[in-house]
Design a protein around this ligand. Structure first.
Ligand code: NAP
Length: 293
């Protein structure tokens, strides 16, 4: 049996759909869910639903019992993620899970000086625990979800005519979340992935000046890119009433991109999918050409 954590989330839902598409029988797929009322869509697909919360160790041991492989999707509660991930790994081990596939995070700088330290530290520690656990493991080092690029670009970019982000000339090798989920489903259903560390980045890294250029081309509107200092960026967003937490998150991701934290390229996703992943250029072209109509 294959269990997918975070099954009510976007990555988990997508991974389960790809498992089903690949012909994996629904009654051999287990969805880990923490709120029964969110499980209706999963039940309709015929997959088994088990209740479990990363904060509740005993629930995890119960849910993992009889499971061979777990797709462990990292938690979304960054403040409490460390203990949640420790629970998950220990519970999987106690329940006899053989192979854990973990959605980790792409990075270069593994020290507290990383602008993304808040996000990265729990992934780094989780990887370490996994390696020490004695279970077979596979690490998926996810780059930025391409789906999030419009938020960095600015949802109203066609109206404002500008991208305003402290990302400098830095590049990002973002991949569509659904393509990462498809690659993960392929790992779950084929052999030879034990002990592997995959770089879930695109085959090409792109900069915000390039993105501005492509959006200009497909929309017919001139889009300019401005990279302020992180301080000016924070002040501007503050003036628009954006909450400090959101400013911090966007700013740290932007500065990380400026520093090349998300710029490494890879053919791992391409190899796992058996085709090139969607490029940022194609994604933006489709998105902003449609918006124009
Ligand atoms: P998502 O849609 O927010 O899904 C998160 C899933 O985790 C949901 O199913 C959620 O359950 C579950 N979850 C959260 N806390 C839990 C707990 N205490 N116990 C059990 N389940 C819990 O996120 P996503 O888009 O699928 O992304 C998956 C993960 O990737 C995120 O959780 C985050 O760690 C990471 N991420 C990566 C990027 C990137 O760009 N690479 C961006 C954002 C996030 P509920 O439905 O009950 O809330």
């Amino acid at each position: 049996m294959i269990l997918v954590t975070g099954a009510t989330g976007q990555f988990g839902t997508s991974a389960i759909d790809f498992l089903l598409k690949k012909g994996i029988s629904a009654n051999t797929i287990v969805a880990l869910v923490r709120e029964e009322e969110k499980a209706a869509a999963l039940k309709n697909k015929g997959v088994k639903v088990r209740m479990g919360d990363y904060d509740d160790y005993a629930s995890l041991v119960d849910a993992f019992t009889g499971v061979e492989k777990v797709l462990f999707i990292s938690g979304s509660d960054i403040a409490n993620r460390l203990s949640q991930h420790q629970n998950t790994i220990n519970a999987a081990k106690e329940a006899g899970v053989q192979h854990l596939i973990y959605t980790s995070f792409q990075r270069n700088n593994e020290t507290e000086t990383s602008p993304l330290w808040l996000v990265a530290q729990s992934h780094i520690q989780t990887e370490k625990w996994l390696k020490e656990s004695g279970m077979k493991y596979t690490l998926l080092r996810n780059n930025l979800y391409m789906d999030f690029l419009p938020a960095f670009i600015g949802e109203n970019v066609l109206e404002t005519g500008g991208i305003y982000l402290p990302a400098g000339q830095g590049k990002v090798s973002a991949v569509l979340r659904s393509e990462m989920a498809e690659a993960a489903a392929n790992i779950l259903t084929t052999n030879g992935h034990e002990g592997k560390e995959y770089n879930f980045s695109n085959t090409e890294a792109v900069s915000y000046p390039e993105m501005a250029q492509w959006i200009s081309e497909v929309s017919g509107k001139q889009i300019n890119y401005t990279s302020p200092t992180a301080e000016d960026y924070a002040k501007t967003l503050q003036n628009f009433g954006v909450p400090a937490e959101i400013i911090g998150l966007f700013s740290s991701f932007a500065v990380a991109q400026a520093e090349g934290e998300l710029a490494s390229v890879s053919t791992d996703v391409e190899n796992l999918l058996g085709r090139k992943p969607t490029s940022v250029k194609d994604f933006l072209s489709t998105m902003y050409a449609i918006k124009e109509k």
